[in-house]
Every structure is written in structure tokens, then in C-alpha cells.
Design a protein around this ligand. Structure first.
Ligand code: GTP
Ligand code: SPV
Ligand code: MN
Length: 596
């Protein structure tokens, strides 16, 4: 098939590559995506016609659609995700490895003719502000119109990307739905070739190649080589009652509260405070000429968790998803509106995420899939930061590590130093969630929330973080938070959601040296009084429970982290070994870890 190129402005390397790939995939036709409204509408129209999408209630949810995935394809497939480098040692024990030659040979066979009878979409996308030196271009080739429509929301598609590409080159992404065969599912990354190949999944994190594959796995390798950081982090501006805004980033593992913290609506009792969204999932962080870390959001949209989003927990998100949104694997009410667990009152009649009739109390499982999501443009969010498009990014005053820990980790505490903070991030563990296939609620190491996303040896990644110490005298303070601690009754101790602003306020005030803290062996912990704000409905006993540092369980934690670090071998930085020993000594010396 002869390759038809739309107009001028498409560079020869792009044409040559698209041509070569199309000869292997053998699509019936090729569509060059321009990112326009019309194109989006036509993709949607086609998907409604063939049943890939269901149109939702136009009055209540204008321009909104429901997609139901194959039940074997509803989350990221970490076991099918590979980093392909010449040297196995370069990916480390936290990644799956395949030799590039072997991967190419295997994939070439599987990809051969896989698009026959289908259309191949060519999606040039820009990540980051159009005029930013930190922005990057990628081109994804896919046979999935669902991917093409989602990419249109998640990135800047079309001419803007091709224009940018002239100066910087591009990341190549090849994706095919294949037969959705899980036994032949592969998400392969070739950092040396700036190439991603993904087959047999149509799920966001596996198929929207701009997201985790490009923005994190490949970008983290570029960051290592070029001296910057690609992180699984939210970025927000926190405004105080004086109108001053400071920016913080937060690395929390998948389904651990990033989007909700980013879209936080202040509680009634915190008049004058606000939170402005810059990014809800990914941050690219560079050092500026003054030695400050600055973050941009490479993405233009959100692909975020639906369950438990409600007018109570997050009215701002509820408002944002009421138009121009693609819902994936939520339940459907008889009036064709989306529904999920935790949204509020249960409608009488419901179809579950697979399209089966679902009755509360009778039907097995949940109505919406626990990892059901929505895709929506960030520009639809009313509290988007005015700095969202700043080509230089926003200056970072604090970095927060977070995660789901039903025990151990206090609501919030501050590290003693950059090195101690890096240890905090390296020791991050979380209870697994439905965002990845596999068991839920299992405690696992997820350093800096990057276990599934760091494209190289995690010990080298720790070294890279530590290297910023010698490059800057203005590094952010580092904190850890945990909104998921539980009491003996198995209920969350902390009301979370909008109340998390109380925690952010403490962090802001610590950065300004305005609030007291208690020095414990693990770091600076708030006094109960400093968190007790009029209107926050929580007893002092519960606050104390939330802040409790238990010597015995912390000693166990350190031992298990020690084992994890040992498993990383010789590349594990000596500085972190020393930090861990110091932490152990401090705990051992303390009679009871909570001096209060
Ligand atoms: P990814 O998109 O997978 O990276 O997730 P995320 O880190 O952005 O998490 P998100 O904000 O989507 O939250 C995941 C789940 O946790 C949702 O069901 C939220 O409703 C719930 N959640 C978020 N914040 C809180 C909180 O403060 N307390 C409690 N109890 N649940 C929360
Ligand atoms: C995550 O799992 O961290 C997500 C969703 O943000 S996905 O894009 O599927 O990776
Ligand atoms: Mn994520």
C-alpha cells in the first residue's frame, strides 16, 4: 500500500518509519491524526457504530461515552512489561528484562499482519507546553480507535507535535490490540532506540504509550542520562489566605490518592486556602539556572480512578467529568448515566461493567470494576493552575511521598535532610491496588512510587536522586504522608479527601519555619495541637493514634527494607546504607519512639 502523507510539514524520518511499520502490520488503511474536534467526533461515531462505545445521557452527561474492556484486560500488566537493554544488569531486579534482539524477533512475528482488516492511526503527540525546552514528541501507531480518542484527550495531537519534532526527534510507539491474548501480551521498552512496542492489550497504562511507557519508563532513562527526573508525581500549587502560592509534588503509588489530592476542594473550615492543579500523575523535573527544581506536566488530560469519587469526597472531580469524558468499565444506570461504588445512592436498575444486570445485595462482585476510570481533558478543570502551561515549569518547595499503609506510617512527617528524604522514598511500601493485575492489598516495595515505572536499575535511580545534593543548594524539603492508616476496627482513622488540606497546610508551614514539630527517630512529626483546626471533626486521641511512631513495628520495617536493599546488590548507594543505619541507631536509642 502506498503511503499517503497529509500535506507538507511531515518530516522524512517520520514518513520512512511509518512506511516501514505499515509494511509489517499491513493495515487496510492509514489515518494521520490531527487532533481536531472533527477527528474526535468521527472516531467516536465509528466506535458507537461498532459497539466499542455506548453513548451516555446527552442531557446529563453531554459528549460522554462508556467503554467496556475485555475482562482479561482491565489493568496494567506488570508481568508482561519488559525493559529491553543489551545488559541485563542495567534494568535491575525490579524490572523484567528481555534482550533487544530476542524481543524484536518475538514481536516481529507477532506483529506481522496484525492490522490486516484494520485502520492504522498515526498519532503524533506533544508532551508538555508547546514552547517548553523540556517538552518531547512521540508518535504512536495503533489499530485502536479507543486509543486514538484517548490520546486526543491525554496529549496534544497533530501539527503542534510535528512542528516541535523538527528540533528534537521523537519517541516511537507501536501498538496493536492484536487478539487481546493475555498469553502473548507484551509491553516492551527499548531505551536505546527510544522505542515502545505494545501488543494484545487495549488498557490505558499498557496502550496509551505516551503515559507510563514514554513519560515514565523511557523518560526516566533520559533523565538519568541528561540530569533530570521523570516521576510518578502529582504537582499542585497550595494557596494560603494571604494569596501566596507554593508548589509541591507528591509521589504516591497507583490508586493511592494523587488525583484526589490534586483536585482537592478546600473544606469549609479552611477559608482562604486553595489548591491549584498542575499535574495529577506525572512530573518532569529539571534543575533551573538558580538551582531550583522545576516541574512540568507532560500530559493534557487525566486517566483516573472512578470508584469512591462522589460529590462528598470530591465535588470538583464530579463536576469535571460531567461532560466530554470517556468512562471505562464503570456501571451503567437505566437513564444512561455512569455509576460506581462510592458515588452515592444506588440506582434501582444497573448494568455492571461487563454489561450484565446487577442488583445490590444479590449480584456477586462490584458493579463498576475497582479499576474503572475516566479520561477527561485537564482544561476542563476549573481550578487548573495558571502556571500549568509555564514552559519552565513551577518551582518545587516540597516533595511528598505517600501511599496506602494501614499501619506504621504516621499521617505526616518530615525528613531530617535530602539524603534521609531519599531513604524515605526508597523505603516506600504500599498495599497493592486494582490499578495493576494481581492480588490487591499485598504489601510491596514501591520506591518513590516508581517500582512499575523506573526504566533502569532502581539502585542507579537512588544514586541519581542523591546526585542532586551536589548540584543544588536549594533542594525541596521531603515529607511522607499516609491518609490510609486504620484503627483496630479496620476503619480509616483519617477522614482524608478535602481534609488532607490540613496536612498540606502543616507542610507549607514547615517549609516556612512557622510551625513546631516533635523530633522522633524517624523524622519531625507534628504536635497534635498543630493539626487541630476548628471544624476538623476528629478527636485528639485519634490524632495521636495517627501520629504514633511505634518502635517495634518500625524496627521490623527497617529489617524488611534492609533485605530489599540487599537484593539490589552492589549498586545500592552507600549513603542510603548509612542513612538506614543512622535511623536504626536512633530507633534503638529511643526508649519509646513517641516522645509525646
Ligand atoms: P493512579 O491514577 O492509579 O496513579 O491513582 P491516584 O494515585 O491518582 O489515586 P486516586 O486519587 O485516583 O485515588 C485512588 C482511590 O483512593 C480512589 O478510590 C479514591 O477515592 C481513594 N482516595 C483518594 N484519596 C483518599 C483519601 O484521602 N482517603 C481515602 N480513604 N481514600 C482516598
Ligand atoms: C497507574 O496505574 O498509576 C495509572 C493508571 O495512573 S495507568 O495509566 O493505567 O498506568
Ligand atoms: Mn498513576
Amino acid at each position: 500500500m502506498a503511503l499517503k502523507v497529509p500535506g507538507d510539514g511531515v518530516q522524512q524520518p517520520v514518513i520512512g518509519w511509518v512506511d516501514a511499520v505499515s509494511k509489517i502490520m499491513k493495515p487496510d488503511s492509514i489515518v494521520w491524526c490531527d487532533g481536531s474536534e472533527e477527528e474526535f467526533r468521527s472516531l467516536i461515531k465509528g466506535m458507537i457504530a461498532d459497539g466499542t462505545l455506548i453513548k451516555l445521557n446527552e442531557e446529563k452527561y453531554p459528549n460522554c461515552y462508556l467503554h467496556r474492556s475485555n475482562p482479561n484486560d482491565v489493568a496494567r500488566s506488570e508481568e508482561a512489561t519488559f525493559i529491553c537493554t543489551e545488559n541485563k544488569d542495567d534494568v535491575g531486579p525490579t524490572n523484567n528484562w528481555m534482550a533487544p534482539d530476542e524481543a524484536h524477533a518475538k514481536l516481529l512475528k507477532l506483529f506481522d499482519g496484525c492490522m490486516t482488516g484494520r485502520t492504522m492511526y498515526v498519532i503524533p503527540y506533544l508532551l508538555g507546553p508547546a514552547d517548553s525546552p523540556y517538552s518531547q514528541v512521540g508518535i504512536e501507531l495503533t489499530d485502536s480507535p479507543y486509543v486514538a480518542a484517548n490520546m486526543n484527550i491525554m496529549t496534544k495531537v497533530g501539527r503542534v507535535a510535528l512542528e516541535h519534532l523538527k528540533d528534537v526527534g521523537f519517541v516511537k510507539g507501536v501498538h496493536s490490540i492484536g487478539a487481546l491474548d493475555p498469553s502473548n501480551r507484551y509491553i516492551c521498552h527499548f531505551p536505546d532506540e527510544k522505542l515502545i512496542m505494545s501488543l494484545n492489550s487495549n488498557y490505558g497504562g499498557n496502550a496509551l504509550l505516551s503515559k507510563k511507557c514514554h513519560s515514565l519508563r523511557l523518560a526516566s532513562v533520559m533523565g538519568r542520562d541528561e540530569g533530570w527526573l521523570a516521576e510518578h508525581m502529582l504537582v499542585i500549587g497550595i494557596e494560603d489566605p494571604d494569596g501566596t502560592v507554593i508548589y509541591v509534588t507528591g509521589a504516591f503509588p497507583s490508586a493511592s490518592g494523587k488525583t484526589n489530592l490534586t483536585m482537592l476542594k478546600p473544606p469549609e473550615y479552611m477559608k482562604g486556602w486553595d489548591v491549584w492543579a498542575v499535574s495529577d500523575d506525572i512530573a518532569w523535573i529539571h534543575l533551573d539556572s538558580e538551582g531550583r527544581l522545576r516541574a512540568i506536566n507532560p500530559e493534557s488530560g487525566l486517566f483516573a480512578v472512578a470508584p469512591n469519587t462522589s460529590p462528598k469526597t470530591n465535588p470538583r472531580i464530579m463536576e469535571m467529568v460531567k461532560k466530554n469524558t470517556i468512562f471505562t468499565n464503570v456501571a451503567l444506570s437505566s437513564d444512561k448515566t455512569p455509576w460506581w461504588e462510592g458515588m452515592g445512592e444506588h440506582p434501582r436498575k444497573l448494568w455492571d461493567w461487563q454489561g450484565k444486570v446487577w442488583t445490590a445485595g444479590k449480584s456477586a462482585g462490584s458493579a463498576a470494576h475497582p479499576n474503572s476510570r475516566f479520561t477527561t481533558s485537564i482544561h476542563q478543570y476549573p481550578s487548573l493552575s495558571t502556571e500549568y502551561n509555564n514552559p519552565n515549569g513551577v518551582p518545587i518547595t516540597a516533595i511528598i511521598f505517600g501511599g496506602r499503609r494501614s499501619e506504621l506510617v504516621p499521617l505526616v512527617y518530615e525528613s531530617f535532610s535530602w539524603e534521609h528524604g531519599v531513604l524515605m522514598g526508597a523505603m516506600l511500601k504500599v498495599e497493592t491496588t486494582a490499578a495493576a493485575a494481581g492480588e490487591v492489598g499485598v504489601l510491596r516495595n514501591d520506591p518513590m512510587a516508581m517500582k512499575p515505572f523506573c526504566g533502569y536499575h532502581i539502585a542507579d535511580y537512588f544514586n541519581h536522586w542523591l546526585s542532586f545534593r551536589s548540584r543544588s543548594g536549594k533542594l525541596p524539603k521531603i515529607f511522607q504522608i499516609n491518609a490510609f492508616r486504620m484503627g483496630r476496627d479496620g476503619r480509616f482513622l483519617w477522614p482524608g479527601y478535602s481534609n488532607n488540606l490540613v496536612v498540606l497546610k502543616w507542610i507549607v508551614e514547615r517549609c516556612r519555619g512557622k510551625v513546631e514539630a516533635v523530633e522522633t527517630p524517624i523524622g519531625y512529626v507534628p504536635t497534635a495541637a498543630s493539626l487541630k483546626i476548628d471544624g476538623l471533626n476528629i478527636t485528639e486521641t485519634t490524632i495521636n493514634e495517627l501520629l504514633h511512631v511505634d518502635k517495634g513495628t518500625w524496627m521490623d520495617e527497617l529489617e524488611s527494607s534492609w533485605l530489599f536493599f540487599e537484593s539490589l546488590g552492589e549498586r545500592f548507594p552507600i549513603v542510603l546504607r548509612q542513612e538506614l543505619s543512622k535511623l536504626m541507631d536512633r530507633l534503638q536509642e529511643s526508649s519509646s519512639a513517641n516522645p509525646r
